[in-house]
Write a protein that binds this ligand. Structure first.
Ligand SMILES: [Zn+2]
Length: 52
């Protein structure tokens, strides 16, 4: 039996948000599912990491 290889990710993130009105904190769950393939990054990194 062959293995089927699927490249995908699954992110389950709990964030704490603050209500602008009453100032209470509440939790919000962000569930992101993505599917990707391996591709070389051609662009220079958008995010500048501290290289000092
Ligand atoms: Zn509120």
């Amino acid at each position: 039996m062959q293995h089927l290889v699927v490249i995908k990710g699954d992110s389950d993130v709990d964030v704490t948000l603050k209500c602008e009105r009453c100032g209470k904190n509440f939790n919000h769950n962000i569930h992101v599912t993505y599917c990707t393939s391996f591709a070389p990054i051609k662009k220079r990194s958008i995010f500048k990491f501290n290289s000092a």
